[in-house]
Design a protein around this ligand. Structure first.
Ligand code: HEM
Length: 435
């Protein structure tokens, strides 16, 4: 089969060693469609908005999720993040009400209250471990949205199990090409059998959630969790709650971490942000109705996710032979799309490496030149939740604290599943006068 140009031989080891720089260099060297092979895996990288839209939206029915979903399924079980059509559509329809505009709006007050609680726990001139603080905060927020305030500690317990799994998965991911057929065969014969890789962690998650589920079924409340419970069995509810904790806190935490890092490097942008927030809010805490007027704040969040998209790459696999850019692609190949690569392409963004929130004021980039939340039927269900959270957290923290960088070194990236800083990010908290 005729394949697109791409790195060959030992060069492809870069994919395992330094995934994102490797993908970026590959796209810049070989153009909008490139190809490389690792063991028996045929990998195509698309860096062309029109074709990304084609895969994620227009011809989405011809694709299924990529290999990572198999591993994830053994942890979170059969749920929204691991299902393919038609089962995915059915579950998405059930969960959508928890993310409707009016429902998301009802979380605004809680998001601000949790942020105030975190910000008020900081001491003047304290040195803050920013990634840890942001993770603690976003976990508290997703926990309160899911469980209400009385059970929010369950989110912390779930996150702790997930973190242990993430550490162990680093050893599993490189061998996934070999393990995947085994996992598929196992699931075919034992569709409801115990988890192949994470048996004890899975049992732990079930035991954390069983008493919560039991009590919540008896209380009828309007939080996200109660909405999830109405139509789901205990097992399905457990899977979806673990999914929401997994997908809903680390992503937003890394997005906010990069925002603080970028603001620390760009004091002028921080001043513009402060001006807007004090003009719109005049010293009071933000509420849902303020969001449309906090336009620069939203642009800061948007621009940080351009440079550092929390989900920097994801894939699909065609279920039949398809053609992209004049090349035939065999079924089962991996088709990678990378917000990191495309959002730094100078075809769409002037000075792509620069942090310039103003670029979003009158932006006219093609659809899918910017896609940190994916697209199509499997697009992030939490997008509105995360965008609102980003704006409210920024507005709440900025009014109380000025976060100063310690040291002037640039920080590198580490791409596990999310795009994190590759080292610590410490900042000093200075109290804003009058706050
Ligand atoms: C800045 C924050 C976030 C980013 C950048 C982000 C990004 C993404 C992306 C790129 C996908 C699609 C992956 C694919 O197509 O394969 C996705 C899916 C998903 N996200 Fe998010 N996400 C964020 C926040 C959240 C939040 C706050 C929640 C929940 C409270 C959430 C829940 C989910 C779920 C459940 C899916 C699977 C949707 C489906 O398959 O139907 N995400 N996210």
């Amino acid at each position: 089969m005729n394949v697109p140009p791409g790195p060959r031989g030992l060069e492809v080891t870069g994919f395992v060693r330094q995934t994102l720089p490797f993908l970026e260099q590959t796209a810049r060297r070989f153009g909008p469609l490139s190809y490389f092979r690792i063991l028996n895996q045929h990998i195509y990288l698309i860096d062309e908005p029109e074709w990304i839209q084609d895969v994620l939206v227009t011809r989405q029915h011809l694709f299924v999720r990529d290999t990572g979903a198999t591993l994830l399924r053994e942890l979170v079980g059969d749920g929204l993040l691991t299902r393919d059509e038609p089962a995915h559509k059915e579950r998405r329809r059930m969960l959508q009400p928890a993310f409707h505009r009016a429902q998301v709006a009802s979380y605004a007050e809680m998001m601000v209250a949790e942020t105030v609680r975190t910000a008020e726990s900081w001491q003047p001139d304290a040195t803050l471990d920013i990634p840890a603080e942001m993770k603690r905060l976003t976990l508290a927020i997703v926990g309160a949205a899911l469980f209400g305030s009385d059970f929010s500690s369950s989110a912390g317990q779930i996150a702790e199990v997930l973190q242990r799994v993430a550490r162990r998965s680093r050893w599993l991911v490189p061998g996934l090409a070999i393990l995947e057929p085994v996992a598929h065969a196992y699931r075919r014969f034992f569709p409801t059998g115990p988890s192949l890789f994470f048996r004890s962690e899975r049992a732990e998650l079930v035991s954390i959630l069983a008493p919560v589920l039991d009590r919540r079924r008896r209380l009828q409340e309007a939080d996200m969790f109660s909405l999830l419970l109405t139509e789901l069995s205990d097992e399905d509810a457990t899977n979806e709650i673990v999914t929401m904790v997994l997908a809903g806190h680390e992503t937003t935490a890394v997005a906010l971490t990069w925002v603080w890092y970028l603001l620390g490097k760009h004091p002028q942008a921080e001043e513009c942000l402060r001006d807007e927030i004090s003009r719109v809010l005049g010293g009071r805490d933000a509420c849902f109705e303020d969001i449309p007027r906090l336009t620069y704040t939203a642009m800061v969040f948007q621009e940080a996710m351009r440079l550092y998209p929390p989900a920097p790459a994801f894939g699909r696999r065609p279920t039949e032979k398809i053609a992209i850019g004049g090349y035939d692609i065999r079924p089962g190949s991996s088709i990678l799309m990378s917000p990191y690569v495309t959002q730094r392409n100078e075809r769409w963004f002037v000075r792509p490496e620069q942090f310039e929130p103003e670029r979003w004021r009158n932006s006219s980039i093609p659809k899918f030149a910017y896609f940190p939340f994916g697209g199509g039927a499997k697009m992030c269900i939490g997008e509105a939740f995360a965008r609102m959270e980003g704006v409210l957290v920024l507005a709440t923290v900025i009014q109380r604290w000025r976060l100063r960088r310690i040291g002037q070194n640039d920080i590198g990236m580490r791409s596990a599943v999310t795009l994190r800083p590759d080292g610590p990010l410490w900042m000093r908290a200075e109290r804003v006068a009058g706050s």
